[in-house]
Design a protein around this ligand. Structure first.
Ligand code: CDP
Length: 785
């Protein structure tokens, strides 16, 4: 592997690593301000209960306590409720009822975090417990308690009904189809579980009226605007700083009550207030993902040509509808569920309901519910293969979109920009030695081998880079991103972007984009992000949108600077601009390459050493706002090989082959790292993870003892391959990749386990396929030969 610094795209060690591997990262909890106080949150022990009274007197009397804030205090300021990203409201601190276990009830500000925690014990809350809704399938029953009686006239737990696709056409195809299969499946509630929990440090300066909030947000600019809108603070008097972030995965997009409490705490005490949640608080109260009960149906011909898909989803959104996605899409991008296949028609209906569980519903490492969509279609393809007695790879190959069908408009209206799917699947099969694997499996089955071998495939298409402004906004903020580039007199550059890295290496790859476009070293480019006072507006980093949107902005702004450099060069070289040509890092006279100027020479000249033509401003800098014309559509073919021990139900992932196509790769090493992480995530979801609750709504997985994260022990040595189909509309042909592997891998793992269990006549089992779930599925079933 080369570690030398290229002049643009290529493998390059991450610039950030210099500080991360020395323990010199600067996370919110590392920020210390003089006179800083500490906050702690009192949380509800009940999933659903009326609050009869809150007595804070003993807590207030504890030495070292500076303030105790309750829902009532906030109600006095008009801040007891805050808007969610889905146009619902969420309690900042509960006033009337608590609606999930772990909900925020009171906030203590004290001299240190230990006193703040001790004071929580002294707050007396009188609760009247109420029956709760834990299983979404009971939420709409007549007898179900109404969770959101705070909403005017609300008499049930229904949030929304939403549909996409062509119902009539789909029904007609189903009616006359030769083969119809149907499968219920649950994508269980899981949690992004970033290593760094959430927190905020708020500092309100009474003299200047300026509020500074340090917080690990994936969308600093959106946070600033929302604080301004909700709290009525002038936007220019708010500065949101998002320093180093220890993983976001969608869970750090929204605003949590603790952030608002820290801000109010600082305003009330006149001191900086820091609040950091612990692991249990993070798992119990911050945004979950998935929780989709899905019924999928597929219509096909007897020889395996898929004609139509329809789906019904019951979406559990928890106690407040706080899901994060573009406003027009209440079920996110779930309607990309026709996947990578050439299907005539499709239809889906999604019903959202409230339950007594934490709110959120974030796109955990995926573009707004595409993980659920990919899992659904990829499971359905295997169920169809099972019923038809077909090889799942053959079935997929038969139905994949062909290269000549791009750009392709899906039955639910998405325009896939580019792809060559059969080539990618063929490569994955070749890398896996697919035929040999099937032969080995057949032989082992024939020999009655106790260990069950399974081979699972998935083929996914992601839709990333939200999004074209005319289709996509969040709370009215269009999803375009700004970028600003300044080249200093000596040719070193500073790029300012609105997106915010949470570990994806933007300081490296964005410098590489500038380097590629300007012909300077990435080491000569500093990338500034994560500070609203320092960067142009944009909607942040989630749904793998950084490269498709901010990355495009970075390329476009660099091209603007290059164009300015051309005008300066024409003055320097005394030739018309049209007589100049660009070779990396240099404008020179066409046909006379020796007669030219490097970007460094031009930068110096632009600051004054040359008389510039009329109308040409000095200095090499530019700004731009990039409004993407479409999303980008990365895709990939994954093959997983497992061995299952039928006596214990233990699944060992023996091999995992992943061929990804994310268009042009800026830094292949970073791309591979992103894929490694996403594949591990997929193993976690498929085999280990579940946010479980008992019937009273008690959270059963609020620590890493119960909520399991995959480690190197569970992961094989990944076998990666690539194909490159550039995005035709992205300036550098790149598509996003950050979440591809999380989106595509769970289905491959589950399909592999179910392939292993096929001799038992098991067609489907829900995630997580823990040893006990696998063992239970097998019990009482003789092996069919
Ligand atoms: O939005 P997020 O950063 O999470 O996802 P992304 O845009 O897919 O990028 C993840 C990382 O991979 C970034 O450092 C990208 O610049 C890099 N990347 C790349 O090098 N080449 C691509 N084609 C896509 C992403």
């Amino acid at each position: 592997m080369t570690t030398s610094t290229p002049m643009g795209f290529g493998r390059m060690h991450r610039k950030e690593d210099a500080r991360f591997i020395r323990g010199r990262g600067q996370y919110v909890d590392d920020v210390q301000l003089p006179g800083m106080l500490h906050g702690a949150i009192l949380r509800s022990p009940h999933a659903h209960a009326r609050i009869l009274s809150v007595d804070t007197s003993a807590a207030e009397a504890l030495p070292g306590v500076k303030a105790v804030i309750t829902g009532e205090t906030l109600a006095g300021l008009g801040l007891a409720w805050m808007p969610t990203l889905s146009k619902d409201v969420q309690a900042v601190l509960a006033t009337d009822k608590v609606r999930f276990q772990g909900q925020e009830v009171a906030f203590v500000v004290a001299e240190d975090r230990y006193i703040a925690r001790d004071a929580l014990e002294l707050i007396e809350v009188d609760y009247e417990p109420l029956p709760s809704v834990i299983d979404a399938r009971t939420a709409l029953a007549e007898a179900a308690p109404v969770i959101r009686d705070d909403l005017d006239g609300k008499k049930d737990n229904h949030i929304f009904d939403w549909e996409a696709g062509d119902r009539a056409h789909t029904e007609a195809i189903f009616e006359r189809a030769e083969v119809r299969v149907s499968q219920d499946m649950l994508y269980p509630r899981v949690h992004p579980a970033p290593l760094e929990t959430c927190g905020a440090l708020a500092d309100f300066d009474k003299v200047t009226g300026k509020l500074t909030v340090w917080c690990p947000t994936q969308a600093p600019h959106a946070h600033r605007t929302l604080y301004a809108m909700v709290a009525g603070l002038p936007e220019h008097k708010i500065r949101v700083i998002s320093p180093d972030i220890g993983g976001g995965f969608g869970g750090k997009v929204g605003i949590y009550p603790g952030y608002v409490c820290a801000i109010v705490g600082s305003i009330v005490t006149g001191k900086p207030v820091k609040w950091m949640e612990d692991r249990s608080e993070n798992l119990m109260s911050t945004a979950f993902a998935r929780d989709y009960h899905m019924t999928g149906e597929i219509a096909a011909t007897q020889d395996g040509r898929v004609q139509a898909i329809r789906v019904k989803v019951l979406a559990d959104h928890g106690a407040f509808n706080g899901t994060a996605q573009p406003t027009k899409f209440p079920a996110g991008f779930f309607h990309v569920f026709s996947g990578s296949y050439d299907i005539e028609t499709a239809h889906c209906e999604v019903t959202g309901v409230y339950s007594n569980k934490a709110p959120g519903g974030v796109a955990y490492a995926c573009s707004f519910r595409i993980t659920e969509a990919v899992y659904l279609v990829e499971r359905l393809m295997d169920v169809l293969a099972y019923e038809l007695g077909m090889d799942p790879a053959e079935l997929r190959m038969k139905n994949l979109l062909r290269a000549d069908q791009f750009p392709y408009t899906s039955p639910t209206g998405w325009e896939y920009d580019s792809g060559d799917y059969p080539r990618t699947l063929a490569l994955a099969m070749e890398m896996a030695g697919y035929d040999k694997l099937r032969a080995e499996q057949a032989e082992r089955r024939a020999n009655g081998d106790r260990r069950l071998m399974g081979i699972g495939l998935s083929f996914f298409t992601e839709a990333v880079g939200a999004g074209p402004r005319k289709h996509m906004d969040i709370l009215g903020l269009g999803m375009a991103d700004g970028a600003e580039l300044r080249v200093h007199p000596t040719g070193k550059a500073v790029l300012r972007v609105s997106c915010q890295s949470q570990g994806q290496g933007h300081e490296t790859t964005f410098a590489q984009i500038v380097a590629e476009e300007l012909g300077i070293s990435p080491d000569d480019v500093d990338v500034v992000h994560g500070d609203t006072d320092q960067t142009p507006f944009g909607l942040g980093t989630y749904g793998s949108r950084s490269t498709p949107v901010s990355g495009a902005a970075a390329a476009m702004v660099t091209r603007k600077v290059r164009d300015r450099a051309k005008l300066v060069a024409s003055a320097m070289l005394e030739v018309a601009p049209d007589d100049l040509e660009w070779t990396k890092g240099r404008w020179s006279v066409k046909g006379d390459p020796k007669h030219g100027a490097t970007i460094q020479e031009i930068a110096l000249a632009s600051h004054g050493a040359v008389e510039l033509p009329e109308g040409v401003e000095g200095h090499l800098d530019a700004t731009c706002v990039y409004n993407p014309p479409n999303l980008t559509y990365p895709f990939g073919a994954y093959i997983c090989v497992v061995d299952v021990d039928p006596d214990t139900g233990q699944v060992d992932v023996r091999r995992f082959i992943a061929v990804d196509d994310c268009g042009v790769r800026i830094n292949p090493m970073i791309v591979e790292g992103q894929i490694h992480g996403g594949l591990a995530d997929g193993i976690g979801m498929a085999l280990m993870q579940l946010m479980a609750f008992d019937e009273d709504g008690n959270h059963l997985g609020a620590s890493f003892m119960d909520y399991l994260l995959p480690t190197a022990v569970e992961c094989p040595s990944w076998e990666l391959g690539e194909t490159v189909t550039p995005s035709p509309h992205h300036p550098i042909g790149a598509k996003g990749v950050g979440e591809s592997a999380t989106v595509g891998s769970p289905a491959a793992v589950v399909n592999a386990v179910l392939d292993a269990l096929k001799p038992y006549g098991i067609r489907h089992a829900d995630m997580p396929l823990t040893p006990s779930n696998v063992w239970r599925a097998i019990q009482g079933r003789p092996i069919r030969t």
